[in-house]
Design a protein around this ligand. Structure first.
Ligand code: UT7
Length: 332
């Protein structure tokens, strides 16, 4: 019997119904559809409306779709990992909330906080549990309700982010399908340029932090952009080299959807034409942990067994990386 790899055997996704268009943003801040489209590629994003609705409300339909498509009951899930920076609460983990809501009685779980690279970190972590031989069904979800931490009077951030999420089921494979390799990196120095100032233990919530709007995303966009272009492209290029992949043998680039210009630069470094690049930023914006699995969800019908996929991300932390996946099934 061959070595155990973690194959993706099902994909699920969810985006809320409410569409926040560039046109509507024009009524909230001093911006234009033209500026947003040319600088980011985004036309609209989804917003989760309703009181007391957190990221778990996105994860639940994702988990249910995965179970339905794979024909399993939630009780068969061994482990749930949720990649998010917008957990329902600081604690317990959103994974705990989700396992309870879907009736995954036999699962344990935890959250991973790695911002826009969260899904890559979580996927690689989940794969280790499968490869150990002890776990048969590991669910990995990336989801964020970014609207909870966005200041809709700040034109430099509110035009970028949206709510949504998606996920995958990992199961053991002995024919080499699934996650083959990952390059994961971080540099805490980058926290200066992208973070949320208050609400953690260093600066707990107070009247002052609320008045100062310190519970929103703070981003120095230009600096983040510069690091994102360099590091995401580099990681994607390195994973190709390390696995003897060429621009011909890579079928899909599955990039984090932060800015179309960052995606284009990554594809260019890899020598890939536009047709090989998954792109849905125009419809969902940047859903942080959700972007990469949402691409897999949107493009699932076009994926064939044996396709070589390179996933790549860059985000807050800084965190970044790339993963190489051999797709495990044909469209159903
Ligand atoms: O996913 C997590 C990681 N995050 C990222 O990867 C995001 C990386 N950064 C970016 O995508 C881009 O930096 C942004 C989309 C955030 C901004 O685009 P940019 O081309 O870097 O613009 P900028 O910040 O350099 O601003 C250029 C100009 C400024 O005006 P002046 O100073 O030249 O007069 C801004 O005030 O554009 C102005 N501006 C806007 N104008 C209209 C900034 N935001 C807006 C806006 N509408 N929404």
């Amino acid at each position: 019997m061959g070595k155990i790899t973690a194959a993706i055997t099902a994909v699920g996704g969810y985006v809320p119904d409410y569409i926040l268009s560039n046109k509507e943003l024009e009524t909230l801040v001093d911006t234009t559809d033209e500026w947003i489209t040319t600088r980011t590629g985004i036309k609209e994003r989804r917003i989760l409306k309703g009181a007391d609705k957190g990221t778990s409300e996105i994860c639940v339909p994702v988990a249910q779709e995965i179970c339905r498509k794979r024909g399993i009951s939630p009780e068969e899930i061994d482990l749930l990992i949720v990649a998010t920076v917008t957990p329902d609460m600081v604690f317990p983990a959103t994974a705990n909330v989700v396992t309870d809501k879907i009736g995954a009685k036999n699962a344990w779980g935890f959250d991973i906080n790695a911002a826009c690279s969260g899904f890559l970190y979580a996927l690689d972590t989940g794969a280790r549990f499968i490869e150990s031989g002890r776990y048969k069904k590991v669910m990995v979800i990336g989801a964020d309700k970014m609207s909870a931490i966005i200041d809709y009077s700040d034109r430099s951030t509110c035009i970028i982010f949206g709510d949504g999420g998606a996920g995958v089921l990992l199961e053991p494979d002995t024919e080499g399908y699934g996650l083959v390799d990952s390059i994961l990196r971080s540099d805490g120095h980058g926290r200066e340029f992208l973070h949320m100032k208050a609400g953690g233990s260093a600066r707990p919530a107070s009247i002052e932090t609320v008045t100062n709007k310190e519970h929103y995303v703070y981003q120095e966009g230009k600096t983040v952009f510069k690091y994102a272009v360099a590091n995401m492209a580099e990681a994607a290029h390195d994973i190709m080299q390390r696995n003897q992949l060429t621009s011909d043998s890579v079928r899909w680039l599955v990039p984090h959807q932060a800015n179309k210009r960052i995606i284009d630069a990554t594809a260019q470094r890899m020598g890939l034409p536009e047709e090989k690049v998954m792109m849905n930023i125009q419809r969902y914006g940047n859903t942080t942990g959700g972007t990469i699995p949402l691409c897999l969800w949107d493009y699932e019908k076009q994926l064939k067994k044996g396709d070589n996929l390179v996933l790549a991300a860059f985000g807050g932390g800084f965190t970044w990386g790339a993963s190489y996946i051999k797709w495990a099934y044909d469209p159903k």
